[in-house]
Design a protein around this ligand. Structure first.
Ligand SMILES: NC(=O)c1ccc[n+]([C@@H]2O[C@H](COP(=O)([O-])OP(=O)(O)OC[C@H]3O[C@@H](n4cnc5c(N)ncnc54)[C@H](O)[C@@H]3O)[C@@H](O)[C@H]2O)c1
Length: 346
């Protein structure tokens, strides 16, 4: 079966996912696209063999030639399209964030729970990265004992001009939030944010770098060092310290170069380069599951948890205080699949 996909929002990541669906992964084709910039949607559709441009996201979700939707529009618009997909009973892949407020995420949880079936996957692609998956396999295998701490490093060479101070939590650290929950298989119950001496290369309005610290329900601690103007590369670090061992992400380059009295390798230039294979795997697994009428990977609950933790992180950054986090009771629908990773389907 070929899964017919409709894409809502054909900006940067929407176009990249269309390339992935049409050129990299198998089992799907793009049959419809839409964008508030309709000319952009028409231009993208014209370059695809089987796609039409539709006026609105609702029209796209209702279209009989769309089996499943991908939401790649701006964050505040995600809720509307995810709810419409659930109402239509169609599988939906939503780029992060699931929604921008706790209340909006709760409306999605309520709708999906009422539907009685998982329909939503949230685009936390780090769960599909070979390195993080190998780390998780070591932790789950018990080799290092119970995890006590997770040190995460998220270093961006630079950020675009529209980047605001809140984005270091909402757009950058959100991935570390999800990967901490994934690796440690636990929820975050409190957060605080410490700010270091400011990087003089950062724009005046930005807080950079920050240390975002989480307390996990089981007592483990997580520190996320987020730097957004570190110039040298896009460098993602991760080390879990267990009771009798550690596991950490290895360098990603396949070769070590020696010369001029030094040795070294390449550090990725940006997130696309670092996570390109993770995005491909993410899409292949979503397409395979959606073709069977199933959902897989990060759920609405994971999207909800990330939004709630980032809200707490923003409060902690503004106040300098420790902020407690309560997610409330997890609906039964998510209990078998939450945090345990992309291999579980419902
Ligand atoms: N998983 C990741 O690592 C990752 C990476 C990049 C972006 N994202 C997420 O993907 C989303 C899109 O990011 P982007 O960088 O592609 O942004 P972008 O601005 O390049 O593209 C967004 C597109 O959505 C369109 N749009 C906005 N509102 C719309 C609406 N109501 N209906 C239809 N189209 C609408 C815009 O016209 C634009 O073409 C964001 O939520 C972002 O956080 C995730």
């Amino acid at each position: 079966m070929t899964l017919n996909i409709g894409v809502i929002g054909v900006g940067m990541i929407g176009q990249d996912h269309i390339r992935r669906i049409t050129q990299v992964v198998s089992g799907a084709r793009v049959t419809a696209v839409t964008d508030v910039d309709l000319d952009r949607a028409k231009a993208i559709a014209a370059g695809l063999p089987s796609a039409k441009a539709l006026q609105t996201g609702q029209e796209l979700i209702d279209d009989p030639e769309v089996d499943a939707a991908i939401v790649c529009s701006w964050g505040p618009t995600h809720e509307e399209y995810v709810l419409a997909s659930i109402a239509a009973g169609k599988q939906v892949f939503c780029e992060k964030p699931l929604a921008t407020t706790r209340e909006a995420c709760e409306r999605i949880l309520d709708a999906e729970t009422a539907a009685g079936k998982r329909l939503v996957m949230v685009g936390f692609m780090r769960r599909y990265d070979e390195g993080y998956r190998a780390m998780k396999a070591v932790i789950d295998g018990g080799e290092i004992g119970a995890p006590l701490m997770f040190h995460s490093g998220h270093r961006n060479p630079s950020v675009p001009g529209h980047y605001t101070s809140d984005m270091i939590i909402n757009d950058t650290c959100v991935h570390d939030v999800d990967v901490a929950r994934f690796l440690l298989d636990d929820e975050i119950v409190a957060a605080r944010v410490l700010t270091a001496r400011k990087n003089s290369l950062a724009s005046e309005h930005l807080t950079d770098p920050v240390l975002f610290i989480f307390e996990m329900a089981g007592g483990a601690l997580v520190d996320v060092e987020a730097s957004i103007n570190i110039q040298y590369a896009y460098d993602i670090r991760g080390e879990v310290v267990g009771e009798r061992g550690t596991v950490e992400l290895a360098e990603t380059n396949p070769v070590v170069v020696k010369g001029s009295g030094r040795f070294g390798g390449r550090v990725p230039e940006d997130w696309r380069e670092r996570f390109i294979r993770a995005y491909d795997t993410e899409f292949q697994e979503w397409i395979d599951a959606a073709s069977r009428g199933e959902s897989t990977g990060p759920s609405s609950w994971d999207g909800y948890a990330a939004t709630v933790v980032c809200d707490a992180g923003l409060k902690a950054m503004q106040s300098g205080e420790r902020v407690e986090i309560s997610l409330g009771e997890q609906p039964e629908l998510y209990r078998t699949t939450t945090i345990t990773g992309p291999t579980g389907t419902d």
